[in-house]
Write a protein that binds this ligand. Structure first.
Ligand code: SF4
Length: 480
């Protein structure tokens, strides 16, 4: 994927939890590597040893935050970890998770993927009753709700806290004697459970993390479920009110790695099929199919297969332009895309090119990519997008620009094509995406395409179901 600075459609976060392995923090470290694509701003691990929680967090990639000596300071047989994506203003060390807090009956660590839509209300309520906040992250309200709950024991406090949360959360908690995983009743963000051959229990945002640490996938943490792991074994509580499941379809289109199985579906197979459908929906006479690497790759393979046109690598992505790349000033900003993507002249020169990308957000990156391909000598550039047009912001843990900045909110497909400078432009139709999902389509959230928001932040007017009404400018909520 392109770096967030260019991509605007920000990655989310990744969480991991391990119980029952003497190498818990090292396994956490490896699992976080596998989840690095979900966030590059910061990383952290908290482990429990002898009833004491110890944590290390830092800004940067997992490999930059941790080394051998730091990991050796995190002993114990249970641990939780987090990779964070954050907007620029939020990327301060104190916002990097896991967070740890002490309360009357002990300590608790938490790592969160998602976004709470009632964060503002909860924070005001807690501050009115005397809570003092240390961060600008919505995750901190979870700790305050646990600390101030009158329920006993810990699990009842935790469930009581979760019952007050609205929005998206896949959470892992660590206490002196327990690892707990919880997922919001809609199940917006993924969370899976696996086991290592020594019996250690693992929770992770994606199955690709299980694979790396040789844990066998067991099942998803179900929406609304709380799973407790302690010395008595694994127990499941389904205490939160049942809602219709709304899993984020964008996990399949963009976020998750193709080798993951997310919400019970192979990401690779979904993307490949999307490419095939795009070829059926928007065929064009062309000589070569290329992808915008990495997230357009699998859909491009599907498009090429279905259309019978060879796939070639027309754009090479640099793996060495990191998230710290700073575009020096406006005048030479365009170098950003050129640094990240290099055209292969031999593939493109004189050709009619289909280029497949995962999505269009503001349209500026797409126009630079089309220009790059044309400058390399392509005769025609036909852009095929492996998602429907994005017309609305996300409130469930994906850092999107405001609705007014989304090109598909402002312009028709023809106008977008003209803006981008492509010879033709086609998106995956929303009906075809839903058709691919079959009877499970209603269990997916597609609000950023359809406007059907399952739940909105309290201060926004709730549109009637299925109606894409004008939504006011969203407030900037911290992204977990
Ligand atoms: S609004 Fe879009 S990105 Fe957000 S959860 Fe729904 S499908 Fe995913």
């Amino acid at each position: 994927m392109l770096a967030a600075a260019e991509r605007a459609w920000g990655e989310e976060c990744g969480v991991v939890g391990i119980y029952g392995d003497s190498d818990a923090s090292r396994l956490c470290y490896l699992a976080l590597h596998a989840l690095q694509h979900r966030g590059q701003e910061g990383a952290g691990i908290v482990s429990c040893d002898g009833g004491q929680l110890k944590g290390i967090t830092g800004l940067g990639l997992v490999s930059e935050v941790f080394n051998h000596s730091k990991l050796s300071k995190l002993p114990g047989s249970s641990a939780i970890g987090h990779v964070r994506y954050g907007t620029a203003g939020d990327s301060v060390l104190k916002n990097v998770q896991p967070f740890v807090a002490g309360y009357r009956f002990g300590s608790v660590g938490v790592a969160h993927n998602g976004n709470l839509v009632n964060y503002n209300e909860l924070r005001i309520m807690l501050e009115d009753s005397g809570s003092i906040f240390n961060t600008s992250s919505d995750t901190e309200v979870v700790l305050h709700l646990i600390a101030t709950s009158k329920a006993r024991p810990f699990i009842s406090r935790l469930v009581h806290a979760c019952e007050q949360l609205e929005g998206a959360y896949s959470l892992v908690f660590l206490t002196e004697d327990k690892l707990v995983a919880a997922r919001d009743p809609y199940g917006f963000r993924p969370l899976v459970m696996g086991r290592r051959s020594n019996g250690a229990v693992v929770f992770a945002s994606e199955t690709c993390a299980l694979g790396l640490i040789e844990a066998e996938f067991q099942r998803e943490v179900n929406p609304g479920e709380v799973i407790v792991v302690d010395r008595d074994g694994v127990s499941s509580l389904c205490l939160m009110p049942h809602k219709e499941r709304k899993a984020c379809i964008f996990e399949h289109i963009y976020f998750a790695l193709p080798n993951s199985v997310v919400f019970g579906l192979s990401v690779y197979q979904t993307r490949y099929r999307i490419g095939e459908v795009l070829a059926e929906e928007a065929p064009v006479d062309c000589d070569v199919v290329i992808a915008v690497p990495d997230s357009g790759m699998v859909a491009a393979l599907g498009y090429a297969y279905k259309s019978g046109v060879p796939f070639q690598q027309g754009l090479i992505r640099s793996h060495y332009v990191g998230r710290t790349f700073i575009e020096p000033h406006q005048k030479i900003r365009d170098f950003g895309v050129k640094l990240k993507l290099s055209p292969v002249k031999e593939v493109l020169e004189g050709k009619r090119v289909v280029v497949v990308d995962d999505s269009i957000v503001r349209g500026t990156t797409s126009s630079k990519i089309v220009r790059l391909i044309k400058e390399a000598g392509a005769k025609e550039v036909h852009l095929r997008i492996a998602s429907p047009p994005i017309t609305g912001s996300c409130y469930y843990g994906v850092d999107t620009p405001s609705r007014e900045e989304l090109i598909s909110h402002k312009l028709s497909i023809d106008e977008t094509c003209a803006f981008i400078g492509a010879d033709s432009l086609a998106f995956l139709p929303l009906e075809r995406l839903r058709g691919m999902l079959g009877h499970s389509a209603p269990t997916f959230c597609d609000a950023c395409f359809s406007g059907n928001y399952p739940i909105l932040p309290k201060h926004l007017d709730l549109p009637p179901s299925g109606v894409d009404t004008r939504i006011k400018e969203p407030v900037v909520l911290p992204v977990a």
